[in-house]
Design a protein around this ligand. Structure first.
Ligand code: WTA
Length: 634
């Protein structure tokens, strides 16, 4: 028996119409499916100018009661979470709903014992170990908003995020296993907290067992703390609009912003979208390969599947260890039915060759998913043929950290899938395309800037500590509409294809970086005067990072190899390995307008190798530099 609400194309069409005609009644009906401690007084209050958005006003709810407690009666012994370690020879761990409930209760009590109270922000800097999933729910259990920082970020990047949330408690691990590597984690936190005087407690999970610095009075091991607690921790009554989590994401300015999601609307939205997009049946096994450090891990590894009472798989390792067949091995091992991954992973595994896939059966698979960036035709076809064996629908799900959950996607096996197209807006979602003058484009067969014109329960409510930035970033480009930062095409049937970012955000392997953020990091280097960063098409990563740099007079004779090494060093320090440029070009000058603004459009064309068509350069202050840059391109 399916747990979805929509089972046919006709039902989708009908539901969509109803959801648009009466959005409040529609979302109230979805909200009724969850357990509330107190029902809401009003479904929606909104204003996209101010902006101010509230869903399920005065309702009281705890998301973990919905993930765990309410399943205990009927499926307490069903497996909720399967954890697959990095090393295939290490034992996997499975938690039933009852066991996970107990673990979350214990962890919540550990947090309380260590001074965490409702409303306090808790920062989590952890690898993909079960304690990460358990900790985010433990925070939610007691009403402490969690802020997960992807464990690939540098200590400097961690400082920025910890400072912004003013977290006093950080959860981490001694180290992490990734493929053949053991990565220090605690030392990154140690370095970061030197600049975060507010942090007075670090709770450390022992994963690798290596010796780490434990500062008395500040650092405690989780296993010691667990000995002091029991599993009983009632779910805190949270207001629907209380913050559930903060997650930092990059935008067009240098500083990542803390996207704030609240409790009630987010719970309703991830539940509804998970059930209807993936169309799971009771005994299905679902695997989302995303890291919990990104929004996909929050919404569709932990919260969505667990609210829906599904079995969710969490993987500690990397797709290429011990070899490029690891994903396929794990699918056969657990008889995964639903597999959700990113185009960059598909392209990397595609490059490893079909031979690697052949030994695996993959017969359990019924639904495939894609997320994080546009999926190109070739990767889509490969995924469909070699993994789905041409019998699994592929849901290409478009959404963002800001949207909380899936916005545009086919519903698996219910609405048709078309290669490279996210396709159908979900019920309750009202996308519009805008032209450059700010007018809505109502025809089909058009391209425009993708906006959403009506609120949905999972949308962000603010950017942490800076509501003005929220307004400016999302609601000022097109009056009264949420602007996604993406461009999209609507075809003759009214279906959507996402083209990609139209702002200064680069999507590298599904990870977002602002060009300004990378430039700021590069410019920390004393031998660099100025830099400009753009994205360019990359076979595996989707987009690669192309950096144009101007060296100081003293450094003029440095070799390109030395320059790359020093840039990498600063990037690793300021952001992390994931933001290292793929290409670096040393230039004498950058093309600038008379007001001193870098003309990225031209730099983008050069990076894309579209040199016959760099566009008009006559308005530049220094048009002659363009030819030099073209000559020196890499
Ligand atoms: C891109 C990830 C095309 C898009 C959930 C968006 C996609 C950004 C798709 C958000 C898709 C995500 N097709 N592009 N199916 N899914 N994107 O915040 O540019 O990490 O704005 O959220 O990824 O990235 P974020």
């Amino acid at each position: 028996m399916k747990t979805s609400d929509i089972h046919s194309f006709a039902e989708y069409e009908k539901t969509y119409q109803i959801s648009i005609a009466q959005p409040e009644a529609f979302w109230a009906e979805q909200a009724e499916k969850l357990t509330w401690q107190k029902k809401w007084d009003k479904v929606l209050e909104w204003d996209f100018v101010e902006p101010n958005i509230q869903w399920f006003v005065n309702g009281k709810i705890n998301i973990t009661e919905n993930c765990l407690d309410r399943h205990l009666d009927k499926k307490g012994d069903k497996v909720a979470l399967i954890w697959e370690p990095n090393d295939p020879d290490e034992k996997c761990i499975q938690y039933t709903f009852k066991e996970l409930h107990a673990e979350v209760g214990k962890m919540a009590n550990v947090l309380k014992n260590n001074g965490v109270k409702k409303g306090d922000r808790v920062c989590l800097y952890m690898p993909m170990i079960p304690e990460l999933a358990i900790s985010i729910m433990a925070c939610a259990r007691i009403g402490a908003p969690h802020s997960v920082v992807f464990a690939g970020f540098s200590s400097q990047a961690l400082v920025g995020r910890v400072e912004d949330t003013k977290a006093k408690v950080v959860l981490t691990s001694d180290g992490a296993y990734r493929g053949t590597k053991t990565i220090p984690i605690k030392t990154v936190v140690d370095e970061a907290v030197l600049s975060c005087p507010l942090v007075d407690k670090i709770i450390v999970v022992q994963r690798t067992g290596e010796d780490v610095n434990m500062q008395p009075d500040r650092d405690v091991y989780l296993h010691d703390e667990l000995k002091k607690v029991n599993a009983i921790c009632p779910p805190e009554a949270m207001d629907a609009e209380d913050a559930l989590f903060i997650l930092y994401t990059s935008g067009s300015t240098g500083k990542p912003k803390g996207v704030v999601h609240t409790t009630g609307g987010y719970s309703v939205f991830v539940d509804y979208t998970f059930r209807n997009v993936f169309q799971m049946e009771e005994d299905d096994i679902y695997w989302c390969t995303a890291d919990i450090g990104w929004v996909t891990g929050h919404s569709y590894l932990v919260y969505g599947p667990l609210i829906a009472g599904a079995t969710t798989v969490m993987f500690e390792g990397v797709p290429t260890y011990p070899n490029s067949g690891r994903f396929w091995d794990v699918i056969d091992k657990y008889k995964i039915t639903h597999f959700y991954t990113a185009p960059t992973a598909i392209r990397a595994l595609m490059a490893a060759g079909e031979e690697i896939v052949k030994p695996y059966s993959l017969a359990s698979l019924r639904v495939l998913g894609s997320v994080g960036e546009p999926i190109n035709e070739e990767a889509w076809q490969w995924y469909n043929k070699n993994i789905g064996k041409e019998k699994c629908p592929i849901v290409d799900t478009w959404w963002q950290t800001e949207t909380g959950g899936i916005m545009i996607s086919s519903l698996a096996g219910v609405t048709p899938c078309f290669p490279t197209m996210a396709a159908y807006p979900l019920p309750g979602i009202q996308p519009v395309l805008m032209d450059k003058d700010g007018n809505e484009i109502t025809d089909n067969e058009v391209e425009g800037y993708l906006c959403i014109k009506f609120p949905w329960p999972g949308m962000l409510r603010t950017t942490y500590g800076d509501h003005e930035r929220f307004k400016k970033t999302y609601f000022s480009a097109y009056k009264g509409k949420y602007f996604s930062g993406d461009g999209a095409r609507r075809d003759s049937r009214g279906l959507y294809r996402i083209i990609g970012r139209v702002d200064d955000v680069i999507n590298v392997s599904g990870h977002r970086f602002g060009t300004a953020e990378i430039e700021n990091a590069i410019n920390q280097n004393i031998k660099i005067v100025e830099s400009a960063v753009v994205g360019y098409p990359h076979d595996i990563k989707g987009q690669g990072i192309y950096a144009y740099v101007i060296l100081t007079h003293d450094a003029e004779n440095e070799s390109i190899e030395n320059v790359k090494t020093m840039i990498n060093e600063t990037i690793i320090k300021e952001i992390g390995h994931i933001a290292k440029p793929d290409k670096v070009q040393i230039v004498k000058d950058l093309p600038k307008t008379r007001s001193g603004k870098i003309m990225r459009r031209i730099l983008r064309k050069i990076a894309e190798n579209e040199i016959s068509n760099v566009g008009d350069t006559s308005s530049l202050l220094n048009p002659q530099v363009v030819e030099d840059i073209i000559q020196g391109r890499v």
